[in-house]
Design a protein around this ligand. Structure first.
Ligand SMILES: [Zn+2]
Length: 421
């Protein structure tokens, strides 16, 4: 389906974004939670999260936007449209980071949204629909579980009461933390107010940079499964117990970890299989490891492939138990389906990128995003920009000013094209 692009509507030109202004705002907001190594440590509902929100809210208020905050602290900045009866167009992302994370994951999407509001304000562009920029609370899930919490609440998956009592490792409740930073809101904001959701984000992978492309047109977010595996052997004295009859849980785990790697490699290009969490008990240099707990994570866009990977895991668990004389138990903890974005919006982003003169390709998202939650309640899609070497969730996560500006220009074109349809 084709929408009229702004550049195609007679007498209308797309207002231009201000690259230097966008870069300055990205630089300014990165001081809240800045780490000495150039990264960001800004956990959800922390003091630094509050400061970053204050920065964005103040900027939006200067533009005359109305600000609303819901019970989970999701923050909405709304620029009115000419038709009071038309639903709003929603744009958003998150301002929280992983511990020792990067300055652009999530933050870029919010600041590109702010640049959109600024461009519309400065060019006195009248849109039919209100344009609303959202900051979703706790996308990362690093301090409070689950991840994508604010967006999931907005989409109606949880009640506020269920989530506000979630505690961090120090026993501090989310609700109290939001009150402390001034973001325990009372506004009721509902998805029925919105016509569509657009999220722009760094790719968090190397494809766009490797292929020298400016824009990723995201078609789907791949599915994911998590398995918690317990391996029980026999602990004992490392100096006295003979090698031949040991039931070493960590040695068994090492076999399983290699098998998991192979399960990923067996699905060329699309397979993702990782053991990223390991707990060894008792974890002492002179005790044979008696128990290991580890997490296996699989990702793939195809359910059928995830099923194959899961069957291979079950086979590997059995082999591990047989070969090392250990007991192995497995519990699936997460089964997250592939999220397909809205085809009309995908087409629109592709056309907008081309109208802006930017190179693009269709791609999938390897990571979960707030947009996954939003897609359950309204037409949704995402736009990616490159990030250096694909590095993300790390202090050396980096983008260039040009990449940031290219994405913001496409976001503006996309939103205005959608507004005029
Ligand atoms: Zn993110």
């Amino acid at each position: 389906m084709r929408f009229p692009l702004c550049s195609q509507v007679v007498g209308m030109t797309t207002p231009q974004i201000d690259s230097a202004r966008l870069w300055k705002s990205l630089t300014e907001i990165s001081v809240f939670g800045a780490t000495p190594a150039g990264g960001l440590h800004r956990l959800a509902a922390s003091k630094e999260d509050g400061q970053a929100r204050d920065y964005v809210v103040a900027a939006a208020r200067e533009l005359g936007c109305a600000v609303r905050i819901d019970a989970l602290g999701n923050t909405f900045m709304r620029r009115a449209g000419s038709d009071a009866n038309a639903k709003a167009i929603l744009v958003g992302s998150h301002l929280d980071s992983q511990p020792l994370g990067g300055k652009y994951d999530g933050i870029y999407g919010v600041m590109a949204g702010l640049e959109l509001l600024r461009v519309l304000h400065e060019s006195r562009t009248e849109t039919k629909h209100a344009i609303e920029v959202a900051v979703w609370t706790n996308e990362e899930g690093a301090r409070f579980a689950p991840a994508m919490m604010g967006a999931a609440y907005f989409a109606g998956k949880f009640t506020a009461d269920e989530l506000l009592v979630r505690k961090d490792v120090d026993g501090v409740q989310l609700g109290n933390s939001l009150t402390e930073i001034g973001y325990a809101g009372i506004d009721i904001v509902s998805p029925v107010e919105h016509k569509a959701y657009f999220e722009i984000h760094i790719e968090q992978g190397p494809i766009l940079q490797d292929e020298n492309l400016q824009i990723g047109v995201v078609t789907l977010v791949q599915g994911m499964r998590w398995f918690r595996i317990g391996i029980s052997g026999q602990s004992g004295h490392t100096g006295t117990y003979p090698m031949e009859t040991r039931r070493d849980a960590l040695v068994a785990a090492s076999h399983l970890i290699k098998a998991v790697q192979q399960i990923g490699l067996d699905q060329p290009l699309t397979g993702r299989a990782t053991v990223g969490h390991l707990v060894v008990t008792p974890n002492s240099p002179n005790v044979i490891p008696g128990h290991v707990e580890l997490m296996v994570e699989f990702r793939n866009p195809e359910v059928a492939v995830l099923d194959v990977m899961t069957a291979s895991l079950n086979q590997a668990l059995k082999e591990t138990a047989d070969k090392y004389g250990v007991e192995v138990v497995s519990k699936q903890e997460l089964d997250s389906a592939t999220i397909d974005f809205t085809s009309e919006l995908i087409d629109l982003v592709e056309q907008a990128a081309s109208a802006c003169g930017k190179t693009s390709k269709r791609m999938i998202s390897g990571a979960g995003h707030d947009a996954c939650q939003l897609s359950a309640v309204m037409p949704t899609t995402m736009i990616f920009i490159p990030c250096d070497k694909g590095i993300s969730h790390a202090e050396n996560e980096a983008i260039t000013q040009d990449w940031a500006a290219d994405g913001a220009a496409v976001l503006v074109e996309t939103v205005l094209a959608f507004d005029s349809k």
